[in-house]
Design a protein around this ligand. Structure first.
Ligand SMILES: Cc1ncc(COP(=O)(O)O)c(C=O)c1O
Length: 390
């Protein structure tokens, strides 16, 4: 192994939200943090080298480096996902969540309806509500811990006021890497009803063996013209703090509209270090990612097996991608307050409360397993002991 994911690295006192904000987030500092979606691993060495090299020049003024940056993104998408991204389709953005809000402003009016598929990443609903649009939920169907889209419900929910669907592909928190058939059917429904699809593909590079991420806009030309895709190196290479992402819009009309909004908000320039980190990650990070993925997948398998053997009443299905596990604690207690007390104050683990993920989330907790195996094990042992001693 050329890269070490196994030796824990202390992140305390680095101004890191996952480890340094425990008091604010959980009300105590002795919690093992397995929550917010970044990894406890060093970024690929090529990223650190590129940042260091740039720091050698001590002037950090306005920058311009769009073409090589966009080329690195397009090459990556082609190589990893077989998706031909034209450079003119690409736009720079300071993150996927700001891009979702910008898309809501660009493509909808106040009062328009926007569909999400809970349980899902909480900022989806927040972006809709904060921009005074109407949230419509098309909950996923759960069957023995495996989730699928409810396409019949989707058809029923679409009205003439429905303008957007925000798709999470792969899905946070349920860990599905959607199949071609699932994506095709969903996108055809949206296309036929004039509903533009915002495709949040931030977890696209984190699919495990036997599963393949399919970019929404690679499903065909008509679907591509109906898609506003959002990609980012932040999850893949653990550089979320550099706030750099990309919006890919194949349709020229939609691109113009989105560009007007980005221009009105003045958020398209990107920041110097984010741009350097992103380009270095896409150009030099592949070997690192190819070692990271089996490590994450082994953690996922370890976690699923540990839960099965040692955590009575808890269920989990090994995720198909992402580094997030969606733990079902409904067999332990139907009372969310008790669950919170158990996990936080007795087990002393900091997980994300499932209730925040909307419909179908109560009684679940999300666990981030992008950490060394020993840390993951410690978290699971803590939960096991709390369950035994209750
Ligand atoms: C599905 C999804 N979208 C977006 C984000 C955050 O993106 P950004 O930090 O680029 O706004 C996350 C982070 O966890 C996520 O899981």
């Amino acid at each position: 192994m050329a890269f070490d994911f196994d030796t824990p690295i202390s992140r305390q006192n680095t101004g890191c939200c996952k480890w340094d904000d425990l008091q604010q987030v959980f009300g105590r500092t002795d919690v093992l943090p397995l929550w917010v979606a970044d990894m406890d691993f060093s970024a690929p060495p090529g990223v650190t080298a590129a940042l260091k090299a740039r720091l050698e020049h001590p002037v950090y003024g306005y920058h311009t480096r769009e073409k090589p940056l966009f080329e690195s993104v397009a090459n990556w998408e082609k190589k990893r996902h077989g998706w031909q991204v034209e450079l003119e389709w690409l736009m720079n953005a300071p993150g996927v969540v700001p891009s979702i809000s910008a898309a809501i402003l660009a493509f909808t009016e106040p009062g328009d309806e926007i569909i999400i598929q809970p349980p899902v990443y909480p900022p989806f609903s927040a972006c809709v509500k904060n921009n005074n649009r109407r949230l419509v939920e098309n909950p996923l169907i759960e069957d023995s811990g495996r989730y699928t889209p409810d396409l019949e419900d989707l058809k029923r929910k679409i009205t003439p006021r429905t303008k957007l669907l925000i798709l999470c592909s792969p899905h946070n928190p349920v860990g599905r890497v959607w199949t071609r058939d699932e994506l095709l059917t969903l996108n055809e429904i949206c296309l036929n009803h004039g509903v533009t699809v915002i495709s949040d593909e931030i977890h696209c590079d984190l699919a495990f063996s036997g599963h393949r991420h399919i970019p929404t806009a690679a499903l065909g030309e008509a679907i591509a013209r109906n898609t506003v895709a959002m990609i980012s190196p932040s999850k893949t290479f653990n550089i979320a703090g550099t706030y750099t992402s990309f919006v890919v819009i194949p349709d020229a009309g939609k691109r113009r509209k989105f560009a007007q909004t980005i221009e009105a908000l003045k958020i398209g320039a990107g920041n110097l270090f984010g741009i350097i980190a992103a380009e270095a990650a896409y150009r030099t990070g592949e070997a690192w990612l190819d070692e990271l993925l089996p490590y994450l997948e082994a953690n996922a398998g370890y976690l699923a097996e540990y839960v099965r053997q040692n955590l009575p009443g808890v269920k989990v299905v090994k995720p198909e991608g992402t580094y997030l596990a969606w733990l079902d604690f409904r067999g332990v207690s139907g009372d969310p307050a008790y669950l919170q007390e158990l996990l936080l104050n007795r087990a002393k683990v900091g997980l994300n409360d499932g209730a925040a993920y909307g419909h179908g989330g109560a009684g679940f907790a999300r666990l981030n397993f992008a950490c060394s195996r020993s840390l993951l094990q410690e978290g699971l042992v803590r939960i096991e002991q709390a369950l035994k001693n209750r």
